[in-house]
Design a protein around this ligand. Structure first.
Ligand code: DX5
Ligand code: ZN
Length: 221
């Protein structure tokens, strides 16, 4: 198991050249493609759905695709994303009427399942479903937009989540999403995260490899 995973959020990629841009970020050393699905209902923004995920697979993207669902309701989209080539499907507990059932649907579809926590959402949702979760994703901004600042309180929450995961004895990824960059990735890792979503910090720079190398360099410290 690779210690740290870097997952660029293609929310900040060039949509008119998406395949090429995703290829380029993967060739620059990224591990996972983070795919932000927004529905203008659960969050105040609208992005893309399973067709675009499938288009990336058809284009030849073989890296894991980490689908972050910011949609409500959730369940109906799960089989569509599984067929479209998703590797991980994560959802917000507030967006599902039956969290355990949604997790099971994801597992049954052959994908890994993740639960996403908004900055003010309690980790208590995890208590009864830790045996079904492969990824815990902590939002370090309010979901909906790229380019926001990291909310410092997330560090404390990461420590709490890290403890819950370690106590469970299961191999669960602890992913963090929002405002992650070269400047803060080391302290975020130190707080317990091992999977880092980063959108604007990578895609807003001309040299993706320079940013990803700098992140790995910080993580190696
Ligand atoms: C926010 C999304 C994030 C976002 C991260 O709702 O879930 O994945 O794109 O972007 P940055 O890294 O720019 O905060
Ligand atoms: Zn995301």
């Amino acid at each position: 198991l690779q210690k740290y995973l870097i997952a660029p959020s293609i929310l900040s990629a060039d949509f008119a050249r998406l395949g090429e841009d995703v290829d380029r970020v993967l060739a620059s050393g990224a591990d996972v493609v983070h795919f932000d699905v927004m529905d203008n209902h659960y969050v105040p923004n609208l992005t893309f759905g399973p067709m675009i995920c499938k288009a990336l697979r058809d284009y030849g993207i073989t890296a894991p695709i980490d689908v972050h669902l910011m949609v409500k309701p959730v369940d109906r989209l799960i089989p569509d994303f599984a067929e479209a080539g998703a590797s991980i499907i994560s959802f917000h507990p507030e967006a599902s009427e039956h969290i355990d059932r949604t997790l099971q649907l994801i597992k049954d579809s052959g994908c890994q399942a993740g639960l996403v926590f908004n900055p003010a959402t309690s980790l208590s949702y995890l208590e009864h479903v830790l045996d079904k979760v492969d990824v815990v994703l902590l939002m370090s901004v309010n979901p909906g937009f790229g380019g926001q600042s990291f909310i410092p309180h997330t560090l404390e929450k990461l420590r709490q989540a890290r403890k819950m995961i370690d106590d469970s004895g299961r191999k669960i990824r602890l992913e963090v999403d929002g405002g992650v960059g070269v400047d803060n990735i080391a302290e975020i890792a130190e707080a317990g995260a091992d999977m880092f979503v980063s959108g604007s910090a990578i895609f807003n720079q001309p040299d993706y490899k320079a940013v990803i190398d700098a992140m790995r360099n910080e993580l190696a410290k």
